[in-house]
Ligand binder design. Structure first.
Ligand code: DPP
Ligand code: ZN
Length: 872
């Protein structure tokens, strides 16, 4: 297959000013008729090339005249009409088979309903069309289906007509906004609907409807609440209002993505929409809130201003992630949100950027764009927007965004257009920032402070380097905003003078490979707190003493860096075979006793770096060593603090049992639950080398926590505690959980995932057994990911078992799912991505698994692109 390259971009030859679609829905023989109003905007002799896949062409007519087969050419991917006028109408009729469509792209059936997923290139599986984001068209859609079984017929925009026709009925939808085909959506079937309304800042009433499986209406209430808060927030913070009279969301069970921002008709994976205290955890509530916001925010950053081509994907995704992170920070607290976002960035994007699958935020070529819905495009893309905001400040940022939305509204834009808005409002050249978009790899930033007591001057030597990445050997410096402040060794903020001003915090932008920053009037030898609030997505090496890290752990005024100092100390202590937890335990004890900190923050700081975090800094990676060292350190910490954490846990437990208040998913209540559950988890770690009395106590605690849970958050924490002990109670508890929830697919996903993530060697056999379980179905992405992805991505010590059996299992699963759902199968290839960094025998065994995948006949483009790159 030939890669698609950014440099080959050509503007479309035809505009489609109007698109009329008629769907006659049928499970295996759906008829789709498209009437396109076309106008030539390119070369006079250019033929009309429409894209289409797996379509049965029934007929084409041009300006009402049926074409002969000799008038056009059909290939498996195109329909070409050679000789067309400059303006004309084209009628195309095709037949498709939604029931057989297990790719979950285009039009398919899920739980007896019709639904669609068109991003990125699914529309071409519905009808022949110039299926590319820079062709914007006005859509009118007629949906026809039997009345029985399909009471709801939905598409984008406003309902303009509906009626009956014998046993069938129809609905006609008109979307007044020009949109690319990837934002088209259709849903038809039996649904329950939760209705509400929102009045925009300018006083327009918008009807809000969330459609769910029958019987699930109550579980949509939280999503509705999050939607209204998102709508208000986008008005208040970005000045952006919703633009249609109706906003709909539909939850479906079978879905490749998390959710999709189709104009006026978002489609969600049910796991990111349905919520109630008995079936979802606080983390789910948090995810639902942020994804509802994300998809809603796309209405401006994505739909009103869309992408010229798929290389610009991060124009909408990076910006929209940044916007949803801002929303979550306002809902749940900035420090906690920032820490969680950085954890996610480091867990997913940093390894990607350091391995064979590294690619720029704006890639330069691809085989399948589906493979580029990556952490780099989303999360690093968001970080770049964040740096721009940090650099220009919040007021100028808002002006730049206003400018961006105003000047690009209704168009398909590029990253250059985005940066131009910053240039327009500042008069400055933003070309250097483009390097962040086109250059792959995480920059390494080093800061070496030297203090001269006599002159009270602190000199900081800063340097940056980005290592080569595949197909990009030479790297240039990027602008790195470094926010920094000083504190004394006892943790008090320390002022300094810079540019004639006395401050305790400053922003420096490192633009070249190296620079020196001089701070005056520094009264005592300082502790440097650099890269505050993680002001740039880089790997920082700061030359400092452990005592300085402890000072920051105990009292950095920047809460992010307080957490960061703790993580950094823990990483060093865990990986150095001689590190002891004593001093760390003392600092943690002080942190837990600090009443100025909120519970959610404390819960985060209790959490030690994960095994994948540690794998990023140990070369070569030895998964068994990491697991053993981390468990030992955690046990030591648990033992050192046991009485404190037990007392604190008990206090919360009493408080919980006394509380009459009903469950509330708000941030403060969730923070309290998170802290109590983090304390439980840390207590459990002391089971290693525990005496019988301690072991019995832990068993009892875990069981008690599990059995007295009144919500899914606590129940899962209890189940995970039981799993951590992996004692006699484990199987019985699993059985109990299963019996309670066997009719709740979304909860069963948790049950499967909890077992797949249990860090016990026995899990290897268990995951194989789970794939034989009557409730397992590899065709349902949520269920498959609950077992297979959870195991490969979140259970490193077992996945990397020296036998190589974990690798074999995952390779088998990728090959199995690739046969019907390449998009989802390909996502899993990345777990083999960093194989060269692993110690033997892991490296060879992982490589062999990749080679076996790549050597398999009839591999999809999706999997072969990623497996090929991973091996290169
Ligand atoms: N555009 C979707 C999202 O990220 C993914 N299909 O919101
Ligand atoms: Zn998105």
């Amino acid at each position: 297959a030939r890669p698609i390259r950014l440099t080959d971009y050509k503007a479309p030859d035809f505009r489609v000013s109007d698109t009329k679609l008629v769907f006659d829905l049928h499970p295996t023989e759906t008829k789709v008729t498209a009437t396109l109003t076309l106008e030539r905007i390119g070369a006079a002799e250019a033929p009309l090339v429409l894209l289409g896949e797996r379509l049965k062409l029934l007929g084409v007519s041009l300006d009402g005249r049926a074409l002969e087969t000799s008038d056009y050419e059909v290939t498996p991917e195109t329909l070409t009409i050679g000789d067309v006028p400059d303006r004309f109408t084209l009628d195309i009729a095709v037949q498709i088979n939604p029931q057989d469509n297990k790719t979950l792209e285009g039009l398919y059936m899920s739980s007896g309903r019709y639904c669609t997923q068109c991003e990125a290139e699914g529309f071409r599986k519905i009808v022949y069309f110039p299926d590319r984001p820079d062709v914007l068209s006005k859509f009118t859609v007629t949906v026809r289906a039997p009345k029985a079984g399909f009471p709801y017929l939905l598409s984008n925009g406003n309902l303009i007509d509906a009626g009956e026709d014998g046993d069938a009925h129809y609905a006609i939808w008109e979307d007044p906004f020009f949109k690319p085909s990837y934002l088209f959506a259709l849903v038809a079937g039996e649904l329950d609907v939760l209705e509400d309304a929102f009045t925009t800042a300018s006083g327009r009433k918008v009807d809000l409807k969330i459609y769910v499986d029958t019987g699930m209406r109550e579980r949509a209430a939280y999503a509705m609440d999050a939607l209204k808060r998102s709508m208000r927030w986008d008005e208040e913070v970005y000045g952006l209002e919703y633009d249609l009279d109706l906003f709909m969301i539909v939850a479906v069970r079978d879905f490749n993505f998390g959710a999709m921002e189709n104009k006026g008709l978002n489609i969600f994976n049910a796991s990111l929409l349905l919520a109630d205290p008995d079936t979802v955890t606080d983390l789910d509530y948090e995810r639902i809130e942020s994804v509802i916001a994300h998809e809603y925010f796309h209405n401006w950053s994505g739909n009103r201003v869309t992408c010229r081509d798929w290389f610009q994907l991060c124009l909408k995704e990076g910006l929209t992630v940044f916007r949803d992170q801002g929303f979550s920070a306002d809902m749940r607290g900035d420090a906690v949100q920032r820490i969680k976002d950085v954890k996610a960035l480091r867990a997913r994007q940093f390894p990607e950027d350091a391995g064979p699958l590294a690619h720029p935020v704006r890639p330069s070529s691809y085989l399948k764009i589906d493979n580029f819905y990556t952490a780099t495009i989303y999360e690093k893309g968001a970080e770049i927007v964040g740096m721009l905001k940090t650099y220009v400040g919040p007021e100028v940022y808002r002006k730049a965004l206003d400018h961006y939305f105003q000047t690009n509204d209704g168009t398909a834009a590029t990253l250059e257009d985005f940066l131009k808005s910053f240039e327009a409002v500042t008069g400055e050249d933003f070309a250097p920032w483009l390097k962040w978009y086109v250059q792959a790899g995480t920059p390494h930033l080093s800061i070496t402070p030297s203090y001269d007591a006599e002159t009270q001057r602190l000199t900081l030597a800063l340097a940056q380097v980005t290592h080569p990445t595949p197909a990009q050997a030479n790297k240039h410096p990027v602008p790195i905003p470094v926010r920094l402040g000083l504190l004394s060794e006892d943790g008090a903020p320390l002022t300094f003078t810079i540019d004639g001003e006395t401050v305790s915090d400053t922003l420096f932008v490192l633009r070249e490979a190296e620079a020196e920053l001089v701070l005056e009037d520094v009264a005592v030898a300082p502790v440097v707190s650099a890269l505050r609030r993680f002001s740039a997505p880089v790997k920082l090496t700061l030359t400092e003493l452990d005592a300085h890290k402890f000072a920051r752990f105990r009292g950095d005024a920047d809460p992010f860096n307080r957490w960061e100092a703790a993580q950094s100390l823990a990483k060093d202590l865990i990986l150095s075979a001689t590190g002891t937890a004593a001093a760390y335990a003392e600092a943690l004890r002080a942190t837990l006793a600090d009443d100025t900190l909120d519970d959610a923050f404390k819960a985060l700081i209790i959490g030690l770096p994960t095994e994948p975090d540690l794998a990023q800094i140990l070369t070569p990676v030895d998964p068994a060593y990491i697991h053993a060292r981390r468990s030992a350190f955690k046990a030591e910490l648990s033992n050192a603090l046991f009485d404190d954490i037990e007392a604190l846990y008990e206090r919360f437990e009493d408080e919980r049992l006394e509380a009459q208040a009903p469950f509330s998913p708000d941030a403060k209540s969730a923070g309290r639950r998170a802290l109590r559950n983090a304390l439980l988890d840390l207590m459990m770690a002391s089971h290693i080398d525990a005496d019988d009395a301690r072991r019995e106590k832990l068993n009892w605690r875990a069981q008690y926590h599990y059995q007295l849970s009144h919500n899914m958050t606590d129940l899962m924490a209890g189940l995970n505690a039981v799993a951590q002990l992996h004692g006699e109670d484990y199987d019985g508890t699993l059985e109990h959980f299963y019996d309670m929830f066997k009719t709740e697919p979304l909860v069963l996903d948790k049950w499967f995932a909890a077992q797949a993530m249990c860090a016990n060697p026995e899990t290897l056999n268990r995951v194989r057994r789970l794939t034989q379980h009557p409730d397992f179905d590899a065709r349902v992405p949520n269920r498959w990911r609950a077992v297979v992805q959870a195991f490969a991505a979140n259970n490193p010590s077992v996945f990397h078992d020296v036998s190589g059996q974990g690798y074999d299992f995952i390779a088998d699963q990728i090959l199995l799912v690739d046969k019907f759902n390449p998009m989802t199968a390909a996502r899993l290839v990345e777990v083999f991505g960093g194989f060269k960094r692993y110690a033997e025998p892991h490296a060879s065994l992982m490589k062999a698994a990749l080679e076996r995948i790549l050597a398999t006949p009839d591999l999809s483009k999706n999997v072969s692109e990623l497996a090929g790159k991973a091996l290169a």
